[in-house]
Write a protein that binds this ligand. Structure first.
Ligand SMILES: [Zn+2]
Ligand SMILES: [Zn+2]
Length: 186
């Protein structure tokens, strides 16, 4: 209908336009019918492992405003009450979900220019070889843990200790070794 194309700004302001996303191969597709919020770069070890990337960018969406329009991703319970999903065909990470929140990896959006990152989170786990030039607030944990940002701009962070990063990886590596051994004996 032509009216759908005549007032895109008004639709934008109401946050009711439909935004679409997909995995790499297109087997999993979704749409958003409400605004994205809490757009962050996350530096936690779990997001890094799920995406095999140095950090991830995700946004939150009300669960009522999200639906799959094609296919369904495979779900993996990465810890108690936390489901992380990916496409079973191409492997694209899609989401992080706990009982309260639904986070979608931003680079699954069809239009990647829609994302306006607001903060870095979990900066205590940020890799020492990453360099950023932005002035976004940096949080030790998530956005809603009641703490103020430790600095504005990742370049103003104290260097993350390499020992901390190694210790963190060693913990998760050991946990996975244990898991793999248990599974093999089933
Ligand atoms: Zn796919
Ligand atoms: Zn994370």
């Amino acid at each position: 209908m032509s009216s759908e194309h005549s007032k895109p700004e008004a639709l934008d302001m109401e946050g009711t336009q439909t935004t679409k996303g997909r995995c790499m191969c297109g087997n999993v597709r979704y749409e958003l019918t409400g605004p994205m919020f809490d757009v962050v770069h996350c530096h936690c070890e779990s997001c890094r492992r799920q995406s095999s990337s140095a950090f991830v960018t995700f946004f939150n969406i009300d669960k009522a405003h999200f639906r799959y329009t094609r296919g369904r991703p495979i779900s993996y319970e990465s810890s108690d009450g936390v489901e992380r999903t990916h496409c079973g065909r191409c492997g694209s990470p899609i989401s992080y979900e706990n009982p309260r929140e639904l986070s979608i990896f931003a680079c699954t959006l069809e239009d990647l220019t829609l994302v306006k990152p607001q903060a870095h989170i979990m900066v205590g786990e940020m890799l020492p070889w990453l360099v950023f030039g932005d002035d976004l607030p940096c949080f030790e944990q998530g956005l809603h843990h009641g703490k103020l940002p430790v600095v504005h701009g990742p370049s103003n962070l104290l260097p993350v200790s390499v020992e901390n990063i190694r210790a963190n990886s060693a913990r998760t590596n050991a946990a996975r070794d244990h898991f793999a051994t248990e599974s093999a004996t089933d």
